[in-house]
Ligand binder design. Structure first.
Ligand code: PRT
Ligand code: ZN
Length: 303
């Protein structure tokens, strides 16, 4: 259901700004879905109302999210750390936007890249270079930190990769994920200046009702993040092997030990492991006498 303008004025509903369409959007909607919050974004919608919690979703371009949160037009937002930091460092945010929660998706790097034929020797190679980027503030502060004083940034909103060939710049500073785009354009990343992932920003709210909703949202997000990595491990093992098994699974909670019908020396062990369980660990468990080992995904988790 679309929210009407009047509904958006509701003082107790939390406003969450998210990217409408793009690289962040799918993972953001997936996260919200896993938090039990269904949003159906259609082309013409600028906002959507969530039924399960008093939250209104603003569907916007990612670049607008930091300012929407800084001005209070939105209470919280989900945006790439690259965009958030650039807006902050460029001094475009009118107010402090409080601590952000890292969300673990849309991971990428902001890198300076040079034509492959350039024999890169170190940061001083950037001296007197023109660097094409959409992130001038992040690039300039990195150059300054590394003692490069006479490089110049050239603002470009896209197609940075062709800037060196066009003679518009000597280097570029852009987001890299697989490195395929750089490679296809005869470029090579020589320095990573910023590591990015999606962040939940904002959330210092005076309105106690909204603050409670923001806390509930954060709690659900934390639950989803924990359950993403966590595994439920079940196995049968000799009673004497319980300690050894705990050592093989260091990220596991204290195990639940269950009696097995008709067995005196063997028990069933159930535990939640806070991180991925790899094949090598299963082999070590087997070597300790474990059998019937099951590793299951966890759908939801609340500490
Ligand atoms: O329309 P709107 O303004 O909302 O979106 P946008 O076009 O500005 O951004 P979008 O959707 O492309 O990216 C949103 C966010 O996703 C970025 O701000 C990053 O935080 C994150 N992200 C993750 C990426 C990439 N991976 C990525 N690979 N953003 C951009 N790229 C581009 C990069 O600019 C380059 O052109 O992909 C190309 C490089 O990819 P590889 O895989 O070839 O290295
Ligand atoms: Zn954008």
């Amino acid at each position: 259901m679309d929210a009407t303008n009047k509904e958006l004025d509701s003082p107790s509903r939390l406003r969450l700004a998210v990217q409408k369409k793009g690289r962040l959007a799918d993972d953001t909607f997936d996260l919200l879905k896993r938090c039990g919050l269904a949003v159906s974004a259609s082309k013409n919608r600028l906002y959507a109302r969530i039924r399960e919690l008093p939250i209104d979703i603003l569907l916007v371009r990612d670049d607008d999210i930091p300012a929407l949160v800084a001005t209070g037009a939105s209470d919280v937002g989900i945006v790439g750390a690259n965009v958030f930091e650039e807006e902050k460092r460029a001094g475009r945010l009118k107010a402090d936007v409080p601590t952000s929660v890292p969300l673990g998706f849309s991971r990428c790097r902001l890198c300076i890249a040079l034509p492959k034929e350039h024999d890169y020797r170190g940061v001083q190679d950037f001296s007197r270079m023109r660097i094409a980027t959409s992130y001038p503030a992040l690039t300039e502060s990195w150059l300054e930190q590394h003692g490069v004083k006479d490089a110049q940034t050239v603002m470009m909103n896209g197609a940075h990769e062709i800037a060196p060939r066009l003679g518009v710049a000597d280097a570029i500073c852009d987001i890299v994920s697989t490195g395929g785009t750089l490679d296809a354009n005869g470029l090579r990343a020589v320095e990573t200046i910023f590591e990015s992932e999606a962040l939940l920003i904002g959330g210092a709210l005076n309105n106690p009702k909204k603050a409670r909703v923001a806390d509930a949202l954060k709690l659900r997000i934390e639950g989803v993040q924990r359950s993403r990595e966590a595994k439920y491990v079940m196995l049968n093992a000799p009673r004497s092997a319980v300690e050894g098994i705990s050592e093989v699974l260091p990220a596991a909670d204290k195990p639940t030990i269950l009696e097995l019908a008709g067995e005196t020396d063997k028990v069933a062990i159930h535990t939640v492991c806070g991180e991925e369980v790899v094949w090598e660990q299963l082999e070590q468990l087997k070597a300790l006498g474990a059998s019937g080992i099951l590793v299951l995904d966890i759908d939801k988790m609340l500490a």
